[in-house]
Write a protein that binds this ligand. Structure first.
Ligand code: ADP
Ligand code: MG
Length: 636
């Protein structure tokens, strides 16, 4: 004994792990029982790797050992032991795998979760820190392991889950790993056979190796995807989902496929109920497992579904895929390519069906995953029409910002003479509703899509048209909608005398004053209240897109616009009168400059506010003087 202690080395846990252990022992998880799920899942991973090594005829220890997990308990010693005949670990692997957190960012993420989310046992399995969950129930853990690699010695790792762990070499006959969990005083329940069995039923029923609890097999081991659909109950499907995605949620929907031709494959795919990407965690990993005739080849196969369906979880099994396919050759594998094509189309068709027949469910899906699905519009030409039909937006027809409409609904509601689909972009619905660009649309009762996701405008520009209707931003100069606007709407009897002329004169003055800032100054047909706005010449990028470009490239100069003036606006009318008198010229110029900058501000375009302040102060000085009757009075 004393000799063994001498040979024992001690190690400090990586600082990240210390923090994690602290979080785990204090708040994470309301269901401590999941520690068993995590240990079984690790054992199963180790066995999967082992099976792969033996099937591909690589050298290894213990050729005749059965691949299985054994769980035994000792009530007196208060221990539960999880043993596997998997790949085991070498000394270096132990230090690497259970002394450090492999996935960067996991800890920050967990530490930043809300208290509520921490209690949610769904979270932990997603972040590759499952092993440590054992310290929720254990005051000491021993990992005894022997690698399957030839001529490696066995080691024991042990720790009480605070700051340190210890390592020494041991004698161990067979390859594989035993995890000996010494339970805390009040966690005795995990030595009961029935308790362990019920946890296995709940979380680990589909582990594809036998789990033997005190001499009896406790799990089911079926490749459920190969069973006929009619034999599988909803419950089983859901259980299988929970198993493969390490969660307690039920999926939003599923798709079970068994195809014979042109390629034979089986698959069950699920859509989760929650999108973890929106929690601010990094981009989701692909979660589809690839099997070749029930043997797992890869647990996170990226090639089976396109990027924009990366949230889908499930399994695909095809005997036509060779076991020893390498990650590099996936890309060129014709069969995988075909399966990908078939499955993406099926998922989109299923979504299309849902959108039609189960509107609420589809909207729930869209709110979670719409952001990711949208990426497909730019990437998947084959399914572009399908994807376009699946898009949802808020619009002027909706009563609040939660409302969603499809492009199809928009088109069906279009006015008989309306030729284009219109959209407006801003940070939120509130800002949009204040926009002067909408004035004409309101007056004519024409619907406008409200885009609040910064990507939406790129999305629609990628689409260009929908059902042959072009999609246009409301701030474009040459909207079809404006063509038939006859000037008769304007009640000229209410206009000042000679207004036709003075208004034209004002436009001229403005052109001169703003010569280096705008392309042109014109009478507006779209404004009913606001004095002016800036519009884009044909084909120019919209204000919003320009702002986005500015964010990434601060040298980018927004392109010049056309300034539109509302002849009905009282201030414009006054300005036109003042403009007739040369004595007011300096003041008119200042007001014109200010009007232009106001319009820029209204579009949210960033510019130098400091240069504006002196001008505003001067204008206010004039205003105060005029109010007190001390201003420059020129008879007009
Ligand atoms: P994850 O399973 O997501 O990688 P864990 O914290 O559960 O994260 O496990 C960390 C690592 O420890 C595993 O990736 C694996 O390399 C190693 N490991 C844990 N348990 C075993 C086991 N029973 N046999 C072999 N390796 C194991
Ligand atoms: Mg694990």
């Amino acid at each position: 004994m004393s000799e063994e202690i001498k040979r024992e080395e001690s190690f400090e846990f990586q600082a990240e792990i210390k923090k994690l252990l602290n979080i785990l022992s204090h708040s994470l998880y309301t269901h401590k029982e999941v520690f068993l799920r995590e240990l079984i899942s690790n054992a199963s991973d180790a066995l999967t790797k082992m099976r792969f090594i033996s099937l591909t005829n690589q050298e290894h220890e213990g050729k005749d050992l059965p691949l299985e997990i054994t769980i035994s308990t000792d009530e007196k010693k208060r221990t539960v032991t999880i043993s596997d005949t998997g790949v085991g670990m070498t000394r270096d692997e132990i230090i690497q795998n259970i002394g450090t957190i492999a996935k960067s960012g996991s800890l920050e993420f967990i530490a930043n979760l809300s208290e509520q989310a921490k209690k949610d046992s769904n979270i932990i399995g997603q972040f590759g820190v499952g092993f440590y969950s054992v310290f929720m129930v254990a005051d000491e853990v021993r990992v005894r392991t022997k690698s399957c690699k030839k001529n490696e010695s066995a080691f024991e790792w042990h720790s009480d889950g605070t700051g340190k762990y210890f390592l020494h070499s041991i004698e161990k006959e067979n390859r594989g790993t035993d995890i000996i969990v010494h339970l805390k005083e009040d966690e005795k329940e995990y030595t009961e056979k029935s308790r362990i069995e019920s946890i296995i039923k709940k979380y680990s029923n589909f582990v594809s190796f036998p789990i033997i609890v005190c001499g009896e097999k406790a799990n089911q081991i079926t490749a459920i995807w190969k069973e006929p659909k009619k034999d599988i109950k909803d419950e089983q499907y859901n259980e299988f989902y929970k198993f493969i995605s390490n969660t307690e949620e039920t999926p939003l929907f599923r798709l079970h496929t068994s195809a014979e031709a042109p390629i034979q494959f089986y698959s069950i795919l699920y859509c989760p109920a929650t999108n973890y990407e929106v929690y601010g965690f990094k981009k989701l990993e692909h979660g589809v497992q690839l099997y070749s005739n029930k043997v797992l080849i890869q647990s996170d196969c990226k090639m089976l579904l396109p990027e924009y369906l990366r949230f889908i979880r499930g399994v695909v099994d095809s005997a036509d895929i060779p076991l020893n396919i390498s990650r590099e050759t996936f890309q060129d594998n014709r069969i995988i390519h075909k399966i990908k094509g078939i499955l993406s189309k099926q998922i989109l068709l299923l979504l299309q069906d849902m959108a039609k027949n189960e509107k609420e469910k589809y909207e729930a899906f869209w709110r979670q995953f719409g952001k990711i699905l949208k990426e497909g519009v730019h990437l998947d030409f084959d399914n572009r029409d399908l994807l376009a039909n699946l898009l949802r937006f808020n619009s002027s027809v909706c009563t609040d910002s939660d409302g969603l409409i499809s492009l199809k609904e928009y088109v069906d509601r279009m006015k008989p003479d309306q030729k284009e689909i219109y959209y407006i972009t801003a940070v939120n619905r509130e800002t949009i509703e204040k926009s002067p660009y909408l004035e004409i649309f309101r007056k004519k009762g024409v619907e406008v899509l409200y885009l609040v996701d910064p990507h939406d405008e790129f999305l629609l520009s990628g689409l260009m048209e929908f059902e042959k209707k072009s999609i246009r931003s409301v701030d474009q100069a040459d909207l079809d909608l404006l063509k038939d606007t006859d000037s008769k709407i304007i009640d000229i009897s209410k206009e000042p005398q000679n207004y036709e002329e003075t208004f034209k004169h004002l436009l001229k003055t403005m052109r001169v004053v703003l010569a280096d800032k705008v392309i042109d100054v014109k009478e507006s047909h779209r404004l009913s209240d606001s004095p002016c706005c800036l519009v884009n010449p044909e084909g120019g990028p919209s204000v919003h897109v320009q702002k986005l470009i500015q964010m990434v490239d601060n040298k980018y100069k927004a392109s010049k616009k056309i300034m539109e003036i509302n002849r009905k606006n009282q201030m414009i009318q006054n300005l036109a009168r003042m403009n007739e008198n040369p004595g007011y010229q300096p003041l008119v110029e200042k007001i014109v400059q200010q009007l232009f900058e106001n319009a820029l501000m209204q579009d949210g375009v960033i510019f130098d506010p400091l240069s504006m302040v002196p001008r505003l102060n001067e204008l206010m000085e004039e205003l105060t003087k005029a109010t007190l009757g001390e201003g420059k009075r020129i008879i007009i």
